[in-house]
Design a protein around this ligand. Structure first.
Ligand code: ATP
Ligand code: MG
Length: 411
């Protein structure tokens, strides 16, 4: 593979060389080796070494310890953070989430503690040799995702691996080996033991990435979808629809809010809100996803919607997502696409500078007219602004006289 000289690969190579010149064994490990064998560009390059964290820190002044308990040092190099982890064997997992302790171990131990065979490979940069203690190379060749060792035991150590399996299988278009997939289905309810933040980290990648349609199908096939959140248990045909909406959405990756809206399309607002809360989604994602869900109905009324309401839809930051989600929904239902065309056409007739114009009647002007801030104040201000968006008024004078007549009516 060819990499530009400022690539993370070169940063990792430099770190590997310094470790090796220091007399330590240092290998590329895990996902990056898998991706290089598949001719995919790795997201990041992780290094495994027999140097202890203290020894690593000594060699790299520009480094910091992350998760001291887990023996990982983050080395900063040419603006890239490279994770350097000491070979280790993970200790007992009493909670099915985190190892209680970490013991430094051999290179083999470090391969065997990893989740799937395809993630358990090392690459020695000196010899360019792949070091395979777990049969990962064959599985990469065959396109098979398989746990390292007994699936029941390996999933019980960390139930997050249940979700990692479909994520990797979908992304790489791999088959899940039968005893691995049987174990996933059997153990699926144990997702409840995993923190919502960790679940969302895996789920987000699964439903937003290029392989999101396949990812969601796999989630359903494995029976994992019912255990993501207590409020979320879509029926079979709804699952089909969700997968299709994800698939029809445009873009290599999609915004998480759009993906969440696709996921929660069949729910009431309050249930959707509960799911967002249970997954601890950010306010941004929650607000946009709920807005998207609430705006699908008005979007379908594109032609008859009052101009002000249409402009208010267009003014929202998630508007581009709304048009895409609306189209994907129609496509997923095999429905006529003319409602989408109407939506986009009408938007095209509205000049950008009229979507959120500065108000003809600002609050200060209403105060000057002698109105005190309060419920009526807000009501009048809003009504005048709507009239402006509706293009019923277009001068400050007209705005003031409208405000006056509204105030009179309210007396
Ligand atoms: P990605 O390209 O999505 O980053 P990755 O394989 O690099 O995929 P990471 O989550 O970054 O995955 O983890 C790096 C490596 O650490 C994995 O390849 C795997 O060897 C190991 N690993 C990560 N999470 C777990 C886990 N929950 N259980 C066991 N091993 C894990
Ligand atoms: Mg990674």
């Amino acid at each position: 593979m060819k990499f530009p000289t400022n690539s993370p690969y070169h940063s990792a190579a430099a770190v590997l060389k310094i470790l090796s010149d220091g007399g330590f064994r240092a290998l590329l490990a895990g996902g990056c080796v898998r991706d290089m064998l598949l001719s995919r560009t790795p997201k990041d390059y992780d290094i495994a070494t027999n140097a202890t964290p203290a020894q690593v820190r000594k060699l790299f002044p520009n480094s910091r310890l992350v998760g001291a308990k887990f023996g990982v040092v983050l080395v900063r190099r040419n603006e890239h953070d490279i994770e350097v982890a000491t070979f280790r064997t993970d200790g007992v997992y009493t909670d099915g989430r985190h190892p209680d302790e970490v013991t430094f171990g051999s290179e083999q131990d470090d391969a065997r503690r990893r989740d799937f065979t395809i993630n358990g490979l090392f690459l020695d940069p000196k010899t360019e040799e792949i070091i395979d203690y777990v049969g990962g190379r064959d599985d990469i060749q065959q396109g098979v995702l398989r746990t390292i060792g007994d699936p029941d035991r390996r999933f019980a150590e960390d139930y997050l691996r249940l979700l990692r399996a479909p994520r990797f299988a979908a992304r790489l278009d791999f088959k899940i080996e039968p005893s691995t997939s049987e174990a996933i289905t059997k153990l699926a309810p144990n997702l409840a033991h995993i923190s919502p933040e960790r679940i969302w980290m895996e789920l987000e990648e699964l439903i937003t990435s290029r392989s999101r349609e396949k990812g969601f199908h796999l989630l359903v096939e494995l029976g994992l979808h019912q255990h993501l959140s207590p409020e979320f248990s879509p029926a079979k045909d709804q699952c089909e629809h969700i997968a299709a909406v994800l698939g029809k959405s445009t873009g290599d990756t999609i915004d998480p809010a759009q993906a969440v809206a696709a996921l929660l399309g069949g729910l009431s607002r309050s249930s959707a809100q509960k799911v967002c809360r249970s997954l601890r989604l950010s306010n941004r994602i929650t607000d946009d996803a709920l807005w998207l869900l609430a705006s699908l109905a008005p979007a379908s009324q594109a032609i008859s919607l009052e101009l002000a309401d249409f402009k208010i839809l267009m003014a929202h930051r998630a508007w581009p997502m709304l048009t895409d989600l609306f189209r994907a929904n129609l496509m997923a239902k095999d429905a006529d696409l003319s409602p989408h065309l109407n939506l986009v056409k009408r938007a095209g007739t509205i000049p950008e500078n009229t979507v959120t114009p500065p108000p003809l009647l600002p609050g200060a002007a209403l105060i000057e007219m002698g109105v005190v801030p309060g419920p009526l104040f807000g009501k009048v201000l809003n009504a005048v602004y709507r009239a402006q968006l509706n293009e019923q008024i277009d001068t400050p004078l007209e705005a003031q006289s409208l405000a006056s007549s509204l105030l009179e009516q309210s007396n």
